[in-house]
Design a protein around this ligand. Structure first.
Ligand SMILES: [Zn+2]
Ligand SMILES: [Zn+2]
Length: 131
């Protein structure tokens, strides 16, 4: 019975993440999922999130020291707005950068690379332009 309850909560957490494009933190997931499961604890949310990461159903990304969760598991990169801190998806084909470096680099095997883009999002840019 308990196992069934947990899998239902996990399912809801996953569905919630699939509906979001803003890469929520565990706290944001907790706040929103409590509307559906008022008795859920933050610990349970954390546990379900790590389980989903372990099974590869979602991805954990660390931006500016905060863990965020992403239901999009296809290869992509992230952009952080330096004004509002929002995290957006960047679908730029930079995958073969690691391969290029690996070919020329002689101190080990490069298996991948993590690229972080930053700048100003269009929403903040609009506010700045209006000010
Ligand atoms: Zn912004
Ligand atoms: Zn993403």
């Amino acid at each position: 019975m308990a196992a069934l309850k947990y899998s239902r909560q996990r399912e809801s957490i996953k569905n919630y993440l699939c509906s979001r494009e803003d890469h929520p933190t565990a706290d944001m997931v907790y706040t929103d999922i409590r509307r559906e499961f008022p008795n859920i604890s933050l610990g349970t949310v954390y546990r379900n999130l790590s389980l989903l990461v372990e099974t590869g159903e979602i991805r954990k990304i660390t931006m500016d020291g905060a863990d965020r969760f992403d239901a999009k598991t296809t290869p992509h990169h992230h952009f952080t707005c330096r004004k509002c801190g929002c995290v957006l998806d960047v679908m730029a084909p930079v995958e073969n950068l690691a391969e290029t470096v690996d070919e020329a680099w002689e101190y080990g095997d490069v298996e991948g690379c993590r690229i972080e883009f930053y700048g100003i999002c269009s929403r903040c840019k609009k506010i700045l332009n209006e000010a």
